[in-house]
Design a protein around this ligand. Structure first.
Ligand code: ADP
Length: 192
């Protein structure tokens, strides 16, 4: 199962990806986590990226495509993967398609977690207290939501046009949302 997980900031992509990993046993590839790790290690790229992520802007496509290409080239993806945080704009979506085609691992399904903006602000305010992520301040979150609407929302349409997109309601207990996603995956599997 090669899954692309989409959804606005705070929609619970990371949480759902972790639950899916437990169920499906495939690697979780999170570009947000890769960037935060690079920043924590203090690499030049990591520090450069941090000044951008802290403002809620997107890290340039060439940096991201190198990062994701390196990760996708490892040999642990034979049973699939859960991609979380990439692609985030149409250029990234197109370059991902080319990369996955070349690796003979095209995406099977894109799942968009739907959530309303008020919920997002509430959830992220709580996460800021619990995890202290530098990009979880209210100002940055609003910018991330704007960037999402302008640049990332069209990515969902891109997958919809290819018949790969399913939308899942992202409210309620996380286990329930996970069940919704798993039932989508089961249906998808039966139809292929
Ligand atoms: P969220 O989805 O909650 O906004 P992520 O952890 O996925 O959080 O991403 C955090 C930040 O990392 C983003 O706001 C962005 O600045 C940067 N980032 C992550 N993935 C990408 C990407 N594919 N392209 C550009 N920037 C990215």
């Amino acid at each position: 199962m090669r899954i692309v997980l989409l959804g606005p900031p705070g929609s619970g992509k990371g949480t759902q990806a972790a639950l899916l990993v437990a169920q499906l046993g495939v690697p979780h590839i999170s570009t947000g986590a890769l960037l935060r790790n690079a920043a924590k290690r203090g690499t030049e790229l990591g520090l450069q990226a941090k000044s951008i992520t802290d403002k809620g802007e997107l890290v340039p496509d060439d940096i991201m495509s190198d990062m994701i290409e390196e990760r996708l080239s490892r040999d642990d993806l034979d049973n699939g993967f859960i991609l979380d945080g990439y692609p985030r704009n149409l250029a990234q979506a197109k370059s991902l398609d080319i990369m996955l085609e070349r690796l003979d691992k095209p995406a099977d399904v894109a799942i968009h977690i739907d959530i309303d903006p008020e919920q997002i602000i509430k959830r992220i305010a709580r996460r800021e207290k619990e995890e202290g992520r530098a990009d979880d301040t209210e100002k940055t979150v609003r910018n991330r939501m704007r960037v999402y609407a302008e640049q990332t929302a069209p990515v969902a349409d891109y997958y919809a046009e290819r018949g790969l997109l399913t939308r899942v309601l992202g409210n309620g207990p996380k286990e329930e949302i996970s069940q919704r996603i798993l039932s989508v995956l089961t249906i998808d599997r039966q139809s292929t």
